[in-house]
Structures are given as structure tokens and as C-alpha cells.
Design a binder for this molecule. Structure first.
Ligand code: SAM
Length: 327
């Protein structure tokens, strides 16, 4: 098996598949497009096409797949699709990113079908702030979804917090405190200027260093945990905690040197870097009857477009928004 070499000495082992651009929330930092937006078959990949990409990549060293969106659980058939991905030889880490609203309903079936773990977006523990940040979401539904995931064994549960000035930057200690009694990972993510709104970015961005300072003031010194060199998250533990605190710092300290990811967008583009606009279309070639060998070759070429690191830190302004790319 020849692995997929990316540029600058990296190897591809991880695929993030966005299965839909639709979402049942409208988060302030993400802003999905119109909820009634329809995904036409001629413009979006079907599950068989996504599965084919997984199989072809798995033959060349892919071992990790994350299903994301939009909100992946709003696409019907996704639970069965996850079951098929879980059967692909070589895939040993299969995860789902979700806002958690539909997790209570699906957690058990997801676990039964072979999903290993979930990451859930959770920006606050205050129901009113949650509703404000998500465009009307109900916090209780997410909390019940997280509990259902824990019960189903979709662990370790990782909670993603986008720290957003003026919305939840005063909530970080409360969220971090979840790790004191639960084996969860609470990961603070720096707000990225996805979609290119510079003005909002300037208003809302909070550097991870500030969050860290707040946590040290509230809990005392953080214990630094070993870093794999590949993970986007730098991990710490609060004194005496069961769980883990993570900082994901795309804007102030990039982690590109060990990046082994490719992204597949719902509309069939391979994107080697979230924060770089280069994309390679595979929907067209797939529907034109490309062979597996040709597909693999196309994926190899796409991987070569992974930049050494994303554009000058803090200066990048993307055009496609997060639901179009897949978070
Ligand atoms: N709907 C799922 C969810 O809520 O996790 C998956 C898609 S969502 C786009 C994936 C991740 O992207 C979430 O953790 C979300 O918080 C993060 N995200 C979205 N917009 C972001 C932004 N502007 N900056 C940083 N993270 C962002």
C-alpha cells in the first residue's frame, strides 16, 4: 500500500466528510444559510459516492473519518451511512461532530452501527445565552443528547466551545468546570473568520491565551498533557479533574506541520486545508465514470495542495462559510 503523501512531508490519514450543508441551528459564528435550502442530487454527493472515497483512501492509509456538516444528523440515512463507513477495513477511528440536538434520538443506533465517539458543540450552560447564540436552540436537548452519547459509550465525549466575545467569553470557567467531575474533553476553539466577515471577526475573536488566563485565575495552574504532534488540540488538566481541557488555536498558533487531514465537502470538493480556498472537484469526475485508480490519483493530486501552513495568522479571510465547507 502506498500512502497518500501530502506536501511538506505530511501523510494523509484523516478524512472529514461533510454530509450536508443544512443545519437545524443558526450559530452566531457560523450562520447556516436558509433552513429551507434544498440539496439537489446533481449538486451534492450521495452516500455511495462518499463511501467510495472512503474505501479508495482506506486502501492508501486512511484510518480516521469524521462525519460533519452542517448538522450531519439532519440528513436522513446518515446513521446507516456511518454503519457502512465503520465496516471499511482500516478505519479504526470513526467520529461524528454534531450540535447534539438529535443525539438523544440516534446515540444508541450510532453506537450499534460502529460509531466510536462524538464531538458536541456546546458554547454555554446558560439556556438563554444558548438560545441567543444558536438562533433559538434548546440547551436541554443538547444536554440530554450528551448524556445519551455517554450512556451509549460514544466516548470520550468532546465538547467544542467557540469562544465568542460578548456572547460566551464569561462562561469559560463554568464550562471548564464540567471536567472536574466528568471524563469529558472541553475544547476552547478560537473564532475563525469563516465566511470572510472581518468586522465581526475583530469584534468577536478571543485568543486562547486569554481563556487560559481566566482558567488559571479560577482553578490554579493547569497541568500540561503530552501532545501527539497531530491533534489540533493542546491539552491540559485542571487540578484534580477527571476530564481534559483543550485549546484549539488556528488563529494564534497554527498546528499545520503535523496536519494529516483532507476534507470532503457535501458538494464534492476535496479541500486540503480548512483555511485555504483551494479545492479539487471530484463530484464531476465521479459522475463521469472515473475508475478507482483515477480517483486515487485525483486525491493524491488534491493532497499536494495542502499549504505548508494556512495564510498569515489572523490575516486569512475565507469566502465559503463553515456549513459549506464542513466544520
Ligand atoms: N453541526 C455540527 C456541530 O455543531 O458540531 C458540525 C458542524 S460545525 C460547523 C463544526 C464545528 O465548527 C463546531 O464545533 C463549530 O463550533 C465550529 N465552528 C463553526 N464556525 C466556526 C468559526 N467561525 N470559528 C471557529 N469554529 C467554528
Amino acid at each position: 500500500m502506498t500512502q497518500i503523501a501530502s506536501s511538506f512531508g505530511r501523510t494523509i490519514g484523516y478524512l472529514r466528510i461533510s454530509v450536508t450543508t443544512r443545519c437545524n441551528l443558526r450559530c452566531v459564528y457560523c450562520r447556516p444559510s436558509d433552513l429551507s435550502f434544498e440539496e439537489r442530487r446533481d449538486q451534492f454527493l450521495d452516500f455511495d459516492e462518499m463511501l467510495r472515497v472512503v474505501r479508495v483512501l482506506a486502501g492508501a492509509g486512511l484510518y480516521k473519518v469524521r462525519i460533519t456538516g452542517g448538522e450531519p444528523l439532519v440528513r436522513s440515512g446518515v446513521v446507516e451511512f456511518i454503519g457502512e463507513v465503520a465496516q471499511v477495513p482500516g478505519i479504526r477511528d470513526l467520529a461524528l461532530s454534531t450540535n447534539g440536538l438529535l443525539l438523544k434520538k440516534h446515540a444508541e443506533a450510532l453506537a450499534r452501527n460502529g460509531l466510536h465517539r462524538v464531538n458536541v458543540s456546546l458554547d454555554t450552560l446558560d439556556p438563554d445565552i444558548f438560545s441567543l447564540m444558536t438562533g433559538g436552540g434548546r440547551l436541554q436537548d443538547v444536554l440530554e443528547g450528551i448524556d445519551a452519547a455517554q450512556e451509549a459509550g460514544l466516548v470520550p465525549i468532546k465538547l467544542n466551545v467557540v469562544v465568542t466575545r460578548g456572547f460566551n467569553d464569561d462562561q469559560v470557567a463554568q464550562l471548564a468546570a464540567l471536567t472536574l467531575t466528568r471524563p469529558w474533553h472541553v475544547r476552547f476553539i478560537e473564532y475563525m473568520p469563516i465566511g470572510g466577515d472581518e468586522h465581526l471577526y475583530q469584534q468577536r475573536f478571543v485568543p486562547a491565551s486569554e481563556v487560559k488566563q481566566q482558567l488559571i485565575q479560577s482553578f490554579g495552574a493547569l497541568e500540561e498533557l503530552e501532545w501527539s504532534g497531530i491533534s489540533a488540540s493542546r491539552n491540559f488538566r485542571l487540578p484534580g479533574a477527571k476530564g481534559i481541557i483543550g485549546f484549539i488555536t488556528p488563529m494564534t498558533e497554527h498546528f499545520c506541520a503535523g496536519c494529516n487531514r483532507l476534507r470532503l465537502t457535501a458538494d464534492g470538493k476535496v479541500r486540503p486545508c480548512l483555511l485555504t480556498e483551494i479545492e479539487t472537484d471530484i463530484l464531476g469526475p465521479l459522475r463521469a465514470g472515473i475508475s478507482d485508480e483515477e480517483l486515487l490519483q485525483l486525491l493524491r493530486v488534491a493532497s499536494q495542495f495542502k499549504p505548508e501552513h494556512h495564510e498569515a495568522l489572523g490575516a486569512w479571510r475565507g469566502q465559503r462559510n463553515m456549513v459549506q465547507i464542513g466544520g
